[in-house]
Design a protein around this ligand. Structure first.
Ligand SMILES: Cc1ncc(COP(=O)(O)O)c(C=O)c1O
Length: 336
């Protein structure tokens, strides 16, 4: 099919299986990084814009405002171009610098929140406040508010249908990240609607408060809910069988490992989901076909997770993770 607009390129992303030796299981990765903006979030960004235009909350020529760590903003920048809208992204210094460069390259206007925030502190509360204020003050503007916007989960309906078609032999489990909870909710609900026996595991960064643990700063970008912020209204806890935490070290060492060993450049939150999915498979908590998303690519983190100096300065190296992943994937001792 010959596409004629950029958002028509969203979706139909490929899947790849990684065998886990000596286990009756495989880990299937869906390459959401292959979307035109480089992440799964292109889907929900287009969905939110289309819904706002349809409901006349936004008129052609209007302005979208959103608080974003980057991927939603990149998706919104694409949708804004296609639908003839202005886009203002409200960001903080926690966002991966390459994501902000991408948004700028795609014509987005960038507004940094002011304030003295630590590098591993997400200034998300301040970001939301400023985005809501701009949305209310600027003529013809709309704050997208992804955490509470039903068009966020609705944007993943096509992803679930793709998975059902691609894995027609069956899906036994899904392991996903939780930021707003939009993707986890839509995918978990969708898979369980087709087969209620599908197991669903949601992964948040250690330090995030989605599953009631105490909050502390973390470096994983785009995922989790930091202390002080509210968990998104789009998150449906009822469709999640288990909520677990992954440390920055486990997530980043796994992203670096799959790059070195498998040739797959994935971002930090995806590294965390892969680590937890493999741990659950190796410990027998999940069996069969276990699916996770490559939410975004490592290309967006070359100056952070894939930069040795950046990792060392923050004490994020731990060689035991690669040894453990070797055990799990090459099948020597199966230690955890
Ligand atoms: C890299 C990355 N991981 C995970 C997530 C979490 O996705 P969701 O907001 O659907 O929970 C996001 C969302 O922005 C993201 O950009």
């Amino acid at each position: 099919m010959l596409h004629t607009t950029v958002t028509q390129l969203i979706g139909q992303t490929p899947v790849m299986s990684i065998e886990v030796p000596n286990r009756d299981s495989c880990l299937v990765l869906k390459f959401e990084k292959n979307n035109p903006g480089g992440s799964m979030k292109d889907r929900m960004a287009r969905s939110m814009v289309v819904a706002a235009l349809r409901d006349e909350r936004l008129a052609p020529g209007g302005t979208i405002v959103e608080s974003s760590s980057g991927n939603t903003g990149i998706g919104l920048a694409l949708a804004a171009l296609e639908f003839g809208l202005r886009f203002i992204a409200v960001v903080d210094h926690h966002a991966a610098p390459d994501k902000i460069r991408m948004m700028r390259a795609l014509g987005a206007e960038i507004r940094y929140v002011e304030g003295d925030f630590g590098e591993d502190e997400v200034a998300v509360v301040e970001r939301q406040r400023l985005a809501a204020q701009l949305g209310a003050q600027l003529p013809g503007a709309l704050f997208m508010n992804q955490s509470d916007n039903p068009a966020n989960p609705e944007g993943y309906a096509g992803l679930v249908e793709e998975l059902m078609a691609q894995l027609s032999a069956g899906i036994d489990a899904f392991v996903g990240c939780v930021g707003t909870g939009g993707s986890m909710t839509a995918i978990a609900q969708g898979l369980k609607w087709h087969n209620p026996a599908v197991r669903t595991v949601a992964v948040e960064p250690a330090g995030s408060i989605v599953f009631g643990k105490p909050g502390h700063p973390y470096y994983q970008s785009g995922t989790g809910t930091p202390a002080g912020d509210e968990v998104g209204k789009v998150l449906d806890y009822g469709c999640i069988d288990e909520g677990v935490q992954v440390t920055d070290i486990q997530a980043f060492e796994t992203a670096r490992y799959v790059a070195r060993r498998k040739g797959l450049l994935v971002g930090g939150s995806t590294g965390g989901a892969i680590y937890k999915a493999l741990e659950f498979i190796v410990t027998g908590k999940l069996t069969g076909t276990v699916v996770t998303m490559i939410i975004d690519g490592g290309e967006k983190y070359l100056s952070t997770i894939f930069d040795d100096e950046w990792m060392a300065q923050r004490r994020l190296f731990d060689p035991r993770i690669a040894t453990r992943l070797d055990d799990w994937l090459i099948g020597t001792t199966h230690s955890i």
